[in-house]
Design a protein around this ligand. Structure first.
Ligand SMILES: Cc1cc2nc3c(=O)[nH]c(=O)nc-3n(C[C@H](O)[C@H](O)[C@H](O)COP(=O)(O)O)c2cc1C
Length: 368
């Protein structure tokens, strides 16, 4: 292969790599912060390589005379893309926690997200214009470019914030969330058993470094959202509460890693060891669990299978990021065959802090 061809192929590979990195960067809530930052450096290296490879073209960008309108548009977009990419790289360093914690310029997450969105949309436009100039069916190519740009903006402005909302920390007032109307429970009081990431995860000391699905900061203290629900029930009827707590290895701090570990446990039908919970003195158990991979987390399966729940009323409260109950109710019925299983409610994670009223209403109904 001659030198020119090799250079062209390297250029193409770098271009593709940059698009792949940009896409993966958009779903950083799943990849975790370290991967995001390392890939950011990778993007910077690719950008420099791209600029070096395309240096002749870049130098010609500024001469607009005798260029067609299409060419001019493409070139303006390329100049913008280069400038916005450079600013975005600065903003990346400003929000860096791992690789550049000492760099404090432009450290605004929102700004970083907007710049990243602009880079994605301009990159799609930039690549699209190349295709447009070669395409025979210009109208169709134009529609594709427009759709690609709209999709990029939607990803940056809607999808990424949506993911953030689900997977970032939310601050609340514990007393406002938990305290409220008291309900008289007739007969023997239920035992509340809950599972949450808090207490079962090796979180870093620095709360800001934690990226976790619907993690809550209640009065500045990191708390599991399922624990908050348990506290609400306790505050309403004054009952015993028990957490399902791992005795062995905890889940990793990163949300993405926890998802991977939980997926592996589910496939392997793992039953991680937990601290014993004695439900023998209770007729009623209220089980609060997050949906993991559409069912109960495996430590909850351990609890269900290792406890004698025969003849007891087992009330289920699931929390989730969109899946309702998934297959959890059927799975629980299989794991606690002798229990009388009742669905209570499946709560969308964003709504958890505001569920005190619904919980009290249900407790009134359940104990009529
Ligand atoms: C490992 C893992 C898997 C999850 N899988 C699902 C799922 O399949 N469907 C869903 O709607 N939400 C899923 N979620 C979101 C959680 O159910 C939701 O954020 C829950 O409120 C977390 O409660 P916690 O903060 O008390 O641990 C998952 C979360 C984790 C950490």
């Amino acid at each position: 292969m001659d030198k020119k061809k090799i250079g062209k192929n390297i250029g193409k590979a770098v271009d593709i790599l940059m698009y792949v990195i940009l896409f993966v960067q958009m779903i950083y809530v799943f990849t975790g912060n370290v991967v995001h930052e390392v890939l950011g450096v990778g993007f910077f290296v690719c950008l420099v390589a791209h600029l070096v490879i395309k240096r002749k073209y870049l130098l010609g960008l500024w001469r607009f005379r005798n260029k067609s309108a299409v060419r001019k548009t493409a070139d303006i977009a390329t100049i913008l893309l280069t400038i916005v990419s450079a600013v975005m790289i600065f903003s990346s360093m400003g929000v860096s926690r791992t690789l550049f914690p000492w760099f404090r310029l432009m450290g605004y997450t929102d700004l970083h997200v907007y710049l990243a969105t602009a880079v994605l949309a301009l990159a799609v436009f930039h690549g699209g214009m190349k295709g447009y100039m070669m395409a025979k069916k210009k109208k169709r190519a134009a529609v594709f470019i427009a759709l690609g740009c709209i999709a990029s903006v939607a990803v940056g402005l809607a999808l990424v914030p949506y993911l953030n909302r689900h997977f970032k920390i939310v601050s609340i007032s514990r007393s406002e969330a938990v305290n409220g109307e008291k309900v008289e429970w007739k007969g023997s009081k239920p035992l509340v058993v809950y599972f949450t990431r808090m207490g079962n995860t090796d979180f870093e000391d620095n709360v800001d470094a934690v990226s976790g699905a619907s993690l809550l900061l209640a009065d500045g203290e990191l708390t599991g959202s399922n624990k908050l629900l348990a506290d609400m029930i306790e505050n309403t009827i004054g009952c015993d509460v028990n957490a399902i707590t791992l005795t062995g290895e905890k889940y990793p701090s990163s949300y993405g890693d926890t998802v991977s570990v939980a997926g592996r446990e589910l496939r392997q039908k793992a039953r991680p060891a937990i601290e014993p919970i004695d439900a023998s003195g209770y007729d009623t158990v209220i089980l609060i669990y997050p949906l993991w991979w559409g069912t109960v987390p495996m430590p909850v399966a351990t609890f269900l299978e290792s406890s004698d729940l025969g003849g007891k009323e087992l009330y289920l409260i699931a929390t989730q990021g969109s899946s309702g109950y998934g297959s959890s109710v059927d799975d629980i019925e299989n794991m606690a065959k002798e229990a009388n299983v009742h669905k209570v409610m499946s709560i969308y994670c964003d709504d958890i802090p505001n569920s005190r009223g619904a919980i009290a209403e249900w407790l009134k109904e359940a104990n009529k």
